[in-house]
Design a protein around this ligand. Sequence first.
Ligand code: FAD
Ligand code: MG
Length: 295
Amino acid sequence: MHDVIVVGGSYAGMAAALQLVRARKTVLVIDAGQRRNRFASHSHGFLGQDGASPADIATEARRQLQAYPSLRWIDGVVTSASGSKDDFSVMLDDGEAHFGRRLLFATGVSDELPAIDGLAERWGKAVFHCPYCHGYELDQGRIGVIATGPMSVHQAQLLPEWGQVTFLTNDCVSLDADARRDLIQRGVVIEEALIDRLDGDADVLLADGRRLPFAGLFTASRCTPSSPVASNLGCELMDTPMGKQLWTAETKETSILGAFACGDVARAPHSVSLAVGDGAWAGAQIHRSLVWPEG
Ligand code: FAD
Ligand code: MG
């Protein structure tokens, strides 16, 4: 019986585990190794690690964590969770069961991308969602924003901070007079021809045959929890402007008592810094719930 089982050993899960092993709790981390930013070669905006490789940040964090004797790590996939507070179990893809008094879901989210030829293979390389993460490196060049819905208007209004913006509506949003005026006031060019496919570094080929070259492209992906394990246990989901996430209280406890959640799967918006902060907070809150089980 472990004090805590952490499902998902990336930034949020490791930040929580670090607080817990430092409180000398026994922690089992189970991680499938599919970090959300695995498509990008550089991570930006995380203090002290700006521009570092996302994999290097995770590898060094794991090395430091595994130096604590009460930490156990399994590379694997959790396929189900059951039980209740003080008596949870999780099942792995190898058929083994593991037991813990508390559960933490730090399983991240998956990005549903617009179905445009050539987009998925450029994700994290020339197509991004977060201007704070990848805007600066475009050197104030031409930026295309590919609409996925009404929220994309806000993305197009924000991005002129980083370069000359063309908003590609691609039949995914209809602009009323107010939206048009706001975009034009921000210097945004509105392009309503349909997109055929992406080509080259970040060129957009339009259905009418024109080619628009960009330094980089942005699009708002739709986020869903990467793993169904928490919702199958009964943890409630909630809607956000970005998609779906697990509902938690301020303490990061889900609707299932004793089961907590942190990182992208349990907060918005999303970044490495915010996932690490959320994880550190969740770790301390789980520790408190072991000391004061009645809350
Ligand atoms: P994740 O890092 O997604 O980790 C979740 C972990 O849980 C994974 O290892 C996964 O395999 C594991 N897992 C899931 N289900 C299971 C299961 N059932 N069993 C076992 N393990 C499981 N943020 C920045 O701050 N700067 C950037 O430059 C930046 N660039 C990005 C580029 C791209 C292309 C994308 C998509 C995102 C980027 N982000 C960036 C955002 C950043 O990746 C996320 O905010 C961050 O990874 C969230 O951390 P997390 O620990 O919550 O989840
Ligand atoms: Mg994590």
